[in-house]
Design a protein around this ligand. Structure first.
Ligand code: MSP
Length: 672
C-alpha cells in the first residue's frame, strides 16, 4: 500500500480560525479522505503556530500567561476542526517539547553545515507578517499586506546563508516541475530565484517567547524557521527516528498563496542545508474573500466558521468551499450564494433525488430493489466515465472537478427519472421488469455518487449509502467500490429530508474591524425569490387562447399582415430567454392547469407558475431542462407570484409541449 503524508499550514493563535483559514483545512481534509478512499496509508497533520509576537502580545493584553493562552486557543481551534469533521491524524503545537527538540536539532545540522553565522540586522520588521522587510517592501511607510507600520529593529542576529541555495533550488525546480503547484505560484518563485537570494536573519534577540538558539540561549529562533520545522518534528525528527523514516519526506504541503516563499524557498533550503530530503509537493491555494474583500484576522474582515456551521452544518459548508472555488484560485463567500447553492445542490438536487428514489422504491417495490435481466441503462456508462474523471481530477487536486464529476451522476440520475417516468411504468404491468431496472439504476447511481462524495460530505454520504442499501462500512469503502454493480438485492431505507429547503431570511455574520464575535453586522434577505409572472401568456393561457405573441406555423408566403408584424433583431434581443432546470413542481390547488415550479438558473432560483398541468404530472417535471423568459415582469396567478414564463409549443386543441434540448445545457445559458 502506498503512503501519503500531508500537512496544512499551522495557524497563528492570536485570534480564532476564520473561514479563510478553515478553507485550507477543509480542502486538505478532502485530499486526505480521498487518499484514504484511494487506498493510501495516509498521515494528515495540522497544528498551531504559537511563538509569534502577536500571540505573545495578545496573551499579555488579556493578562494571561502566553502558554495558558495558547492552551485555551488550542481547545478553540480543535473544537472548530472537530465540528468541521477535519480528520487529522496528529495536531502539533510549536510549544510542545517534541517540537522544541526537533527544531534545535535541525538548527544544529544547519550550523554544522556552516550555514549559520552571527551578524547584525537593522531594518523593518512587520509583526503581523512575522517577516523582515526590505525598503522596497514598505509602501508609504506601511506594510502593504497589513496596512500597519512595521517596526524598525536593530539587533544581533544569527543569519542563514540562504544565498548559497539559489542554484540548488533552481536545479530542484527544473528536475521536479511538480514541486510547486499551481503554475502561477511556481512561476512567481522561479522569478524570485532567478534574481538571486539574500541571506536571512533566523533569530530574534532579547525575546523570551520562542525556542532558544542552541548556540545562544539569549536569542530565540525566528518564528518562521521554528514553524516550518513542524512538518518534520510532527513525524518525530529529533525524537523518534523510526517515525521520521516512516513518513518523511512529506508528500504534500497545503498552504496559502501568501506564504509560498517561506515554503518553496526558505524551507527547502533549510532542508538541503541539514542534509534532509525535500517534500515532494507544495500546493499554494488561493484566498477566500468575503464579498470580494480579503478576509483576514489582522484586517478584521472575517466570516466566523461557526456561524457558517450553524447555518446548515459542516457538510454544506465543505461542499460549497470545495465545489464553488477552483482549488488554487481565489474564491468568494457570500451568505446569499451559500444559501442558494445549498438549496440547489443539496436540498433540490441530491437531497431530492435520494428522497424520490427511496419513496419510489418503497411505493413500487416495498423497499427491495433487484436488477432485471435487461441489464443496466445508460446511467452505468455515465457513472463509469464520471468515476474516471473524478479520479483524474482528484489526483491533480482539482477538487472542484472531482465534485463536479460526482454531481454529474446526480444530475444524470434526476434526468433519467424524468425521462423514464417510473410512475408511468408502474401503471403498465408489462413494464414491470423495466421499472425494476430503472429503480435499481437510480439507486445505484446514488450509491456511486455517495462514495465519490465521501471525502467532501463525510457526515451525510454514509447516510446516503445506508439508505441505498450499501452494506460495507463507509470507512472500509475504496474507490473500486464505486464501480457500477448490477447485482444483488438492495434494501432501500426511507428517512427524513437530509437537507430541508432553506426558505428563511439569512443573517450574515461578518466581523468588521473587530475580533469580537458579538460585533456582527447582520442583514436580512429572502433567499427564495418568489416572483412568478405569467402575463396570461403561459402555456395554459396559450392553450385556451393563444396570446398575440405566439404565432402559428409560418405560412409558405409571408402575408402583408405578417410582414407588418415582423420585428427587428433589436426587439427580439429584448427578450431574455434562459435555460433553467426544474427543481420542484407541485400542482396549484383548485386549478386544472397550473403548476407551481421552482427553477435553478445557475446563479439564482425562481418560482414560476406554468399552465402545463394537463400535459405533465408534477412529479415527472422535476429534473427537466426548460427554456424560460427571464425578464418578464412578475405577475400573480392564483395568488402566487410568478417570475418568468416557461416556453412550450401550444398546438391547437392539443396539450402544451415543453421546449427542450437534444443535449445537456447548463442552467443560466442564454437562448437566442
Ligand atoms: N503561521 C503561519 C503559517 C506557518 S506554516 C509553517 C500563518 N498562519 S495564518 O494563521 O496566518 O494562516 C494559516 C493559513 O491560512 C495560511 O496558509 C494562510 O495562507 C491561510 N489563509 C489565511 N487567510 C486566508 C484566506 N482568507 N483564504 C484562504 N486561506 C487563508 O500564515
Amino acid at each position: 500500500m502506498g503512503r501519503f503524508y500531508l500537512t496544512t499550514a499551522i495557524d497563528y493563535v492570536n485570534s480564532r480560525p476564520h473561514l479563510g483559514t478553515a478553507y485550507e483545512k477543509i480542502a486538505a481534509d478532502v485530499i486526505a479522505r480521498y487518499k484514504r478512499l484511494a487506498g493510501f496509508d495516509t498521515h494528515f497533520v495540522m497544528g498551531n503556530d504559537e511563538h509569534s509576537q502577536n500571540v505573545y502580545r495578545k496573551a499579555r493584553e488579556l493578562g494571561e500567561d502566553p502558554l495558558a493562552y495558547c492552551d485555551r486557543m488550542a481547545q478553540e481551534f480543535l473544537d472548530v476542526w472537530q465540528r468541521m469533521n477535519i480528520s487529522f491524524d496528529d495536531f502539533i503545537r510549536t510549544s510542545e517539547p517534541r517540537h522544541r527538540a526537533g527544531v534545535q536539532e535541525l538548527v544544529r545540522h544547519m550550523t554544522a553545515a556552516g550555514d549559520i553565522y552571527e551578524g547584525h540586522y537593522e531594518g523593518w520588521y512587520c509583526v503581523s507578517c512575522e517577516a523582515f522587510k526590505q525598503e522596497k517592501d514598505v509602501v508609504d511607510g506601511l506594510c502593504p499586506i497589513h496596512r500597519t507600520r512595521p517596526d524598525w529593529i536593530r539587533e544581533k542576529n544569527f543569519f542563514f546563508r540562504l544565498s548559497r541555495y539559489g542554484a540548488p533550488l533552481l536545479t530542484h525546480f527544473a528536475d521536479h516541475p511538480e514541486f510547486l503547484v499551481p503554475d502561477v505560484r511556481r512561476n512567481e518563485i522561479l522569478r524570485l530565484l532567478e534574481t538571486g537570494l539574500d541571506d536571512i536573519s533566523v533569530s530574534r534577540a532579547g525575546q523570551a517567547w520562542g525556542i532558544p538558539m542552541p548556540q545562544d540561549p539569549s536569542s530565540v529562533i525566528y518564528v518562521w524557521v521554528d514553524a516550518l520545522i513542524n512538518y518534520i518534528t510532527a513525524v518525530g525528527f529529533g525524537t523518534d527516528e523510526s517515525l521520521t523514516a516512516r513518513w518523511w519526506p512529506a508528500d504534500l504541503h497545503v498552504i496559502g498563496k501568501d506564504i509560498t516563499r517561506f515554503h518553496a524557498v526558505i524551507w527547502p533550503a533549510m532542508l538541503i542545508s541539514a542534509g534532509l530530503p525535500l517534500p515532494r509537493q507544495i500546493f499554494g491555494h488561493g484566498w477566500v474573500h468575503y464579498r470580494g474583500e480579503k478576509m483576514s484576522k489582522s484586517l478584521g474582515t472575517t466570516v466566523e466558521p461557526l456561524d457558517a456551521l450553524e447555518r446548515f452544518g459542516a457538510d454544506p459548508l465543505r461542499l460549497y468551499l470545495v465545489k464553488e472555488i477552483s482549488f488554487g484560485s481565489d474564491g468568494d463567500f457570500t451568505w446569499e450564494r451559500y444559501e442558494d447553492r445549498y438549496n440547489v445542490d443539496l436540498a433540490n438536487n441530491l437531497g431530492n433525488l435520494v428522497s424520490r428514489v427511496a419513496a419510489m422504491a418503497e411505493k413500487y417495490r416495498g423497499g427491495h430493489l433487484r436488477p432485471s435481466a435487461a441489464g443496466p441503462g445508460r446511467l452505468a456508462a455515465l457513472a463509469g466515465d464520471a468515476l474516471r474523471v473524478y479520479e483524474r481530477e482528484m489526483e491533480a487536486f482539482a477538487l472542484e472537478g472531482g465534485v463536479a464529476a460526482a454531481f454529474r451522476i446526480v444530475d444524470a440520475a434526476n434526468e433519467f427519472i424524468a425521462e423514464t417516468e417510473p410512475w408511468a411504468l408502474a401503471r403498465d404491468p408489462a413494464k414491470s421488469e423495466r421499472l425494476s431496472q430503472v429503480l435499481f439504476d437510480v439507486a445505484e447511481a446514488v450509491r456511486v455518487s455517495a462514495i465519490l462524495l465521501l471525502p467532501v460530505i463525510p457526515a451525510s454520504a454514509p447516510e446516503l449509502l445506508r439508505r441505498m442499501g450499501e452494506r460495507t462500512a463507509p470507512g472500509d469503502l475504496r474507490l473500486g467500490d464505486a464501480g457500477w454493480r448490477n447485482a444483488g438485492e438492495r434494501t432501500i431505507q426511507n428517512g427524513d429530508a437530509l437537507w430541508p429547503r432553506f426558505a428563511g431570511a439569512a443573517s450574515a455574520s461578518v466581523n468588521v474591524g473587530s475580533q469580537d464575535p458579538s460585533d456582527k453586522a447582520s442583514k436580512k434577505r429572502s433567499v427564495n425569490v418568489t416572483a412568478d409572472q405569467f402575463n396570461n401568456a403561459g402555456p395554459a393561457a396559450a392553450h385556451d387562447a393563444p396570446p398575440s405573441g405566439s404565432a402559428p406555423a409560418p405560412a409558405p408566403e409571408p402575408s402583408a399582415a405578417s410582414i407588418a408584424s415582423q420585428i427587428g433583431i433589436d426587439d427580439f434581443m429584448k427578450v431574455d430567454l434562459r435555460v433553467a432546470r426544474l427543481l420542484t413542481a407541485e400542482k396549484v390547488p383548485n386549478s386544472r392547469k397550473l403548476v407551481k415550479l421552482s427553477v435553478d438558473l445557475g446563479t439564482e432560483q425562481r418560482t414560476l407558475v406554468a399552465g402545463i398541468a394537463e400535459a405533465y404530472e408534477a412529479e415527472a417535471l422535476v429534473g427537466r431542462t426548460i427554456v424560460m423568459v427571464f425578464n418578464l415582469k412578475p405577475a400573480k396567478l392564483m395568488g402566487i407570484e410568478s417570475n418568468g414564463m416557461v416556453l412550450a409549443a401550444s398546438p391547437d386543441g392539443g396539450k402544451p409541449a415543453l421546449v427542450g434540448f437534444d443535449q445537456e445545457v447548463p442552467p443560466g445559458t442564454r437562448v437566442r
